[in-house]
Ligand binder design. Sequence first.
Ligand code: NOJ
Length: 742
Amino acid sequence: MGSALVPDRGMVGVLDLSSVEDRVASLLLEMTIEEKIGQLQQVAASAEHVPEDLKQAIRDGRIGSVINLVDAQTANDLQWLASTQSRHGIPLLVGRDVVHGFKTVFPIPLGQAATWNPSLVTKAARVAALEAAATGVNWTFAPMIDIGRDPRWGRVAEGFGEDPYLTGVLGAAMVRGFQGDDLAAEGHIAACAKHFAGYGASESGRDYNTTNIPENELRNVHLVPFKAAVDAGVATIMTSFSEIDGVPASASEFLLKRVLREEWQFDGMVVSDWDSIRQLAVHGFTANDRDSAYEAASAGVDMEMSSTTYAEHLAHLVHDGVIAIERIDTLVANVLRLKLRLGLFESPYTDSSRFPAPLNAEHLQLARDVAVESVVLLKNDNRTLPLSREAVRAIAVVGPLADDKHDQLGTWIFDGDHGPSVTVLHAITDLVGEHVEITYARGVPTTRSRDESLIAEAVEAAQRSDVVVLVAGEESILSGEAHCRSDIGLPGAQPALLAALAKTGKPVIMVIMAGRALALQSVLHDATAVLYAWHPGVMGGAAIADLLFGVGSPSGKLPTSLPRTVGQIPIYYGHKHTGKPATDETVIHMDDIEARAPQLSIGNTSFHLDVHPTPLFPFGFGLSYSSMEYANISVNHHELARDGVIELSADITNTGTRPATEVAQLYIRDVVANVTRPVRELKAFEKLTVAPGERRTVRFTVTANDLAFYGRDMRRRVESGWFHAWIGGDSTTQLRTEFLLV
Ligand code: NOJ
C-alpha cells in the first residue's frame, strides 16, 4: 500500500448498515469461527520488522489488534491489509501505553493527581491522544485507576493516589481527554481503565502479588473509580495480573460478569493484561492453556493480550461442546462494537500531516502548566520561598536530579524522548543566570548510589552560595511496573548529602522528584523548605524554577498521605475508626516505657510504639506562598431528604500577601452505619484562586446518592442518620458541621 491511500478517508468497510449492533450482528453471521477467534487476539508488532507471517495472519483475519506499533506508515500498511485484504475488512485496534503523554511527557499520573485539576488532566490526555493518533495508535492503556495505598508498590506512580473519589474524578477526566465526546472523531483514541480490579492492594506492595480484599472494601473503595470511568464512557477495561479471593482477575466471573456487565451494564471491551490468561496456569488456577482459555473466555475477557491460548484452544473448546459459540460471539461482538464506535471501518488510516506537530510550543506550555500545579509545597521555614531575584546573589544547585533530563520524566515513557527536557539547573540558569551566580554540583552519582565522594564538592558550592537548591529523590527506574521498594526513604547517600549541606547553615531547599510518596521523617529536619515535584515531565525544571522564584505560587495538594516510616504502611486518611482509636492522651513512645513495665491492655489504643500515629503529611495537604483561613462552615438545612439536596459552605480568606490558589475539600463521615465507614471520605473539592485579603465562599452540594455505600448484603444503600462534614485545606481540617439524612 502506498501513502497515496492515506488521505482517502472514505468508506473502506464492507458494511453500510445503520446501527452499530446491526453491523455487529451481520458480521457475526458471515464470520467463520476462526475469524471470530482472530478478532480476540492481540499481538505485538513493531515498525522495525513486520514478519510475513503477521501480514498473512492479518489477511486471514486471525489478528484483532496489534500492540506497541507506533509508526504511521506501518500502521497504515497493516490497516490496509486488514481493511481491504481480509475477507470482512475488519480494521485493527492499535494499542499502546500512552500513560502520561506521548512525545510530550507530562507529570506522572500521581503528579497530575496532585493538581486536583480535572480540566488540566483532560487537556493533557487530549494532547497525548493527538500525538499518539498521528502515528496510527487508536487505543491507549490508560488511565490506571488502581487505588494506591502502599507506596512501596512501584505502580502508585501510574495512578491517582489513595482516594477512590479523587481517583474516580481524575480517571474520568483522563478518559474524556483521550476519547472526547465522539470516539470516532479524528484524533480521539479509546481509553482503557485498568487494572480491574484490586491490583493496588498487592501484599507488601510487591508487584503482581496476591491481594486480600474483602468484598465490602472492594466495592466501597477499589471499584469506585472503575464505576466512575464506566459512567464516563470508558471504551475498554483491562484485567489485573493479581488474584482476588483465590481467583485471578482474568478469570473472575464475579468481576467481569456480575459487577461489570450485569450491575454496571458495561458494553465496551475487556482486554487481558499481557500474558495474564496464560498465567492462570502459573497461578495454579488452571492446569494448562486450554483450561486457561476456557476460564478467561467464560469469565468474559474479550481480547487476549500477547499470549495465544484463545487462538490455540477456543475453536476446539467450541467443537468439543465445552464452550457455546454464543459465548464466543459475545466476546467478538464486544471487539467489533469498539471498532465500529472508533469509526475504524470508515477511517482505518492515520494521516500524520493532519495532526499538530508533537512537542510543539502549545503542548510544552501545557506540560509546564500541569507541572506547576502538580508541585506540592510541604515545608517553608522562615518563608524561605519564594526566592527573591534581587536578594539572592549565589545559588548552589545540587543533587542527582538537578540536571538529569531523563530521570525527571518518570516511568512509562515509551515514546517520550529526554532530548527536549528542561532541567532545574537549566531553568534556573535561564531565569536568573544573568544576575545570580550559579554553581552546580551533583553531590552523589545517582539517587541510589552510596558513594559519598562527591559530597565535599557540593558542600563547597553551598558554602559559596546564599541558598542551596537540592534536587533529590528517586530516579525514574525506581518506580513503575515491577519496580517496588521495601524501604522508601531517600535512597543511597542522599541523606548524608542533605545533612552535609544543612551543616553549612545555608538554607537548603529540597526539591523531591519521585514516583511515589517517600518516607522522609528522618531527613525532613535538614531541609528548610521542601517542594514535592513527583516526576514532573519534560517541562519539570521550568515549572520548578517558576515556583522557586515566585513566578507562581504552589497549589498542589497531596493525593496520597506521606508516611513517616515504612512500618506505618498502609497509612491513608480514610481509614476505619476501630474500637480503640488512638488519641493524644493514649499514644506512648517506647522511649517513655520503663524497663520491665507490666503489660496492660486496658486503655490501650491503636498505634505503633515507635512512631506517631499520623502521617508525616496528610492527604490533601499543600502550602502556598500565602496563608488561607477557613471559617464559618454552614449547612443550609440540617436535614437532608432522600430526594433532596443540601448545600455546605465555608469562607476562605487569603490572610497573606500574595495571590494563591487553594483546593477546598469537603469530607464527610457517616457516624453509624450498617457496616463501619471511614473516619472521613472526600466527597467534593474546588480549586479557586483567592487574592490577598480577599474572602470567598466555597459551596458544595450533597445529595443522598453521594452518601450511598455498600452494606453487609453487598448492595448499595442509603441510610438515615447523622453525618459529620468538614471543609478545609486538607484531610485533617477541624472545621466541622453536621446534618441528618432522613
Ligand atoms: C503490562 C501492564 O501491567 C499493563 O498496565 C500494560 O498496559 C501492558 N503490560 C501493556 O504494555
